[in-house]
Design a protein around this ligand. Sequence first.
Ligand code: SAH
Ligand code: SF4
Length: 385
Amino acid sequence: MSVVSHAVRFSAPPADARGRAPLIGLSLSRLQETLAAHGLPAFRAKQVWHWMYQRGVQDFVDMANLPRDMRQLLSEKYSIERPKVMTEQRSSDGTIKWLLSLSDGQQVETVFIPEARRGTLCVSSQVGCTLTCKFCHTGTQPLVRNLGAHEILQQIMYARDVLSEWPQSGETHSAEGRDLTNIVMMGMGEPLYNYDNVAQALKICMDADGLAISKRRITLSTSGVVPLIRRCGEELGVNLAISLHATTDEQRSEIMPINNKYPLAELLEACRTYPGVSDIRRITFEYVMLQGVNDTDEDAKRLAVLLRDMPCKVNIIPFNGWEGSGFECSAEERISSFARLLEKAGYDAPVRKPRGRDILAACGQLKSASVRAKKTVDSERTIDE
Ligand code: SAH
Ligand code: SF4
């Protein structure tokens, strides 16, 4: 299936159960067109935009400078609500995981990871995933559907609600003093297989008049959808992270079937030529440590050769276990030896501290419980790989 037909087939519903279309996620010009269809002038769209993205308003009634009949009309035809929260889990390390229910009942997980000087929100891009990386819990949940741009933004806006980060009237709309400072597209799903919606959402996220989170603070992680990597750099300019996890095609294809379609040489070439890549804007390679699979000193040496001359760092991720995975995390000494070899070869190779493991919120542990809907899709599922 082509990337385009894939996107259409698995798209988000255009309206909620009450027939109301989402206004969140439309570009300002689309919002202006939408409101113009009701005879409303462009400045009204700007006011709505301001209330949504700079004040976090969730009900048209609270858009105080709009005429009453306009608020009434918007409430009937459109929605700016947040998803329903099914559960909130707080880890002993401060990580928070929310299971959010979307307008059609599908569910996604979003994770907030507070750190000393920053707070990162791990955002989902799909319900499930078409890819079946063997070590990933999300990969066991086949793709149900893509998230719409509004559903990607709603995760960020919901986190801002919980963290009380919307400026009050009179306060400036700026990044100063926020707890939620960084976004990583590392939740459920492959963001480049839902490129249009992810791009649309991130543009609003980066817009100084939108959610105002700088592109320097946004990272998109991909398993390696080579044809879309350049476009992502040109159009969005966000930081790129690559789920590499292996050093030969044979080894990588075994644990990440996407490698059969886009093998290592093509993937690394796309990274070398990623727009804007430099020593200041390095690519991150993620490398999950799987005992006896990809964790030998030879693997580390091969990795050092593969990445030679690439402005990059390697994030070494201890494997986060889940029931039935069939993998074990490499022993601590093995991980240190692997990291040391990379460092000796001149790479930054921090070992990522697992966060939220006790609430299954760590990398690769996300999975929603939308089993019923998934079964329907399973029976007719076709995959690009
Ligand atoms: N689909 C995208 C983004 C989501 S996965 C991608 O694959 O890059 C986010 C990161 O978690 C990826 O690097 C992924 O390879 C890693 N990951 C998946 N399962 C994991 C596990 N069980 N333990 C540790 N990291 C895992
Ligand atoms: Fe999908 Fe990423 Fe998990 Fe692979 S690692 S199955 S691409 S979410």
